[in-house]
Design a protein around this ligand. Structure first.
Ligand code: ZN
Length: 54
């Protein structure tokens, strides 16, 4: 399952959510801290992390 990283536009907190591609399309992720749906996807972080070999 891919991990999506977001920055909450409301409380400026970064967090990551692990969900399936289907869940990503069907559900609207919300901030676990304040519950806001105003999220900024951190795609740069996402790609940087997944492209790294472990
Ligand atoms: Zn928030």
């Amino acid at each position: 399952m891919p991990t999506y990283e977001f920055l909450c536009a409301k409380c400026q907190k970064e967090f990551s959510i692990t969900m399936t591609m289907r869940e990503r399309e069907e559900k609207k992720p919300t901030c676990p801290t304040c519950g806001s749906a105003e999220l900024e996807p951190l795609m740069g972080t996402f790609f940087a992390k997944t492209s790294r070999k472990s």
